[in-house]
Design a protein around this ligand. Structure first.
Ligand SMILES: [Zn+2]
Length: 324
């Protein structure tokens, strides 16, 4: 009996050796949170390439020639969709290779929320450069390119682990389709990932229970999915679109909001200007913290998604449970 695993392994290797096992599919992924899920499912087979690397933000990203070259060589490309990664829309349309492009915002089973408008979330009408921020086309009136079907949902979909599970299922399915020789590996990794996502969800629910409904202010309006899942309450964002810095009127509106809320928390993000945070908290009792919803400060890895979500929960818990 003890010989069995070795025998199986040997025959598996032989079998794989006679097929195209050596060539793991060439996979390219747009942004870190999705890359992490793809990397987890590809563990033991290969590593996906990432486009928005390092501290870059998907909202302000510009394609480099190396990114275009990577897309051209890819067998499989994962992105959320044009609302999140606007910079990828034209390069993907222009792609002359046979790559399969997986638009994850179309994955079955996603829970989608309308892009929010109104109140302190109202986007500024002036100085709009016409770029989308996070919303699918048409979601924000002032950002509408006007050339697509209007669905109007917020595309920061990964900030609910149940959506991450829907992504993971679609990622697994498409990897199996593209590379059937490694199907078993993808399926096993996929099943492990689903279990870990459920455990993460339970952990965050427990952890955030004590700070439910305590209002706080964030840098950009990325958090709806997290709010709905864990009943935390964002009272406003400094900017709706990181591409467009807020004007004086919005700044003073947020400053008033922060002052009215009293001992609230205001959260910066690692990719963006911290000076604005000081301006909106000046003379108030607000505390400050950092949230990193797009993982600008995290190293790419199969575990990044878990670090990202735990990082959000820890920052919220730490700042909001400190009554000051
Ligand atoms: Zn965003």
């Amino acid at each position: 009996m003890r010989l069995m695993p070795a025998l199986l392994l040997a025959s598996a290797t032989l079998f794989a050796g006679s097929t195209a096992q050596a060539a793991a599919p060439n996979v390219v992924v747009s942004i870190k949170p999705i890359h992490s899920l793809v990397a987890a499912i590809m563990q033991g087979v290969g590593e996906p390439k990432l486009i928005v690397e390092g501290a870059a933000s998907p909202h302000t990203f510009n394609m480099k020639p190396s990114n275009a070259a990577a897309l051209q060589k890819a067998d499989l490309i994962f992105w959320i969709g044009h609302g999140m990664e606007a910079f990828l829309e034209k390069p993907l349309e222009a792609l002359s290779s046979k790559a399969s492009v997986v638009t994850l915002e179309d994955a079955p089973g996603l829970h989608k929320l309308k892009f929010r408008e109104g109140g302190v979330f109202e986007p500024e009408a002036e100085d709009d450069d016409g770029h989308d921020h996070g919303a699918a086309d048409g979601a924000e009136a002032v950002h509408d390119d006007g050339d697509h079907d209007l669905q109007g949902f917020d595309t920061h979909l990964w900030l609910d682990p149940m959506n991450a599970k829907a992504f993971a299922q679609e990622i697994e399915r498409r990897l199996v389709q593209a590379d059937p020789a490694n199907a078993q590996r993808y399926q096993q990794n996929g099943a492990d990932l689903m279990k870990k996502l459920d455990a993460l969800d339970a952990e965050l629910k427990t952890q955030l229970e004590p700070v439910r409904h305590k209002p706080f202010v964030v840098f950009h309006d990325a958090y709806q999915y997290f709010e709905h899942r864990y009943h935390v309450s964002v009272a406003g964002s400094i900017t709706v679109s990181p591409e467009t810095m807020p004007g004086a009127e919005r700044i003073s509106e947020i400053h008033k909001k922060v002052a009215d809320l009293g001992a609230t928390c205001v959260f910066a993000e690692p990719q963006f200007e911290p000076k604005l945070l000081r301006v909106v908290t000046e003379g108030t009792k607000a505390r400050s913290g950092v949230l990193d919803p797009e993982a600008g400060a995290l190293d790419q890895s199969p575990d990044l998604y878990f670090h990202l979500m735990r990082g959000l929960a820890n920052s919220l818990k730490t700042c909001l449970s400190n009554e000051g």
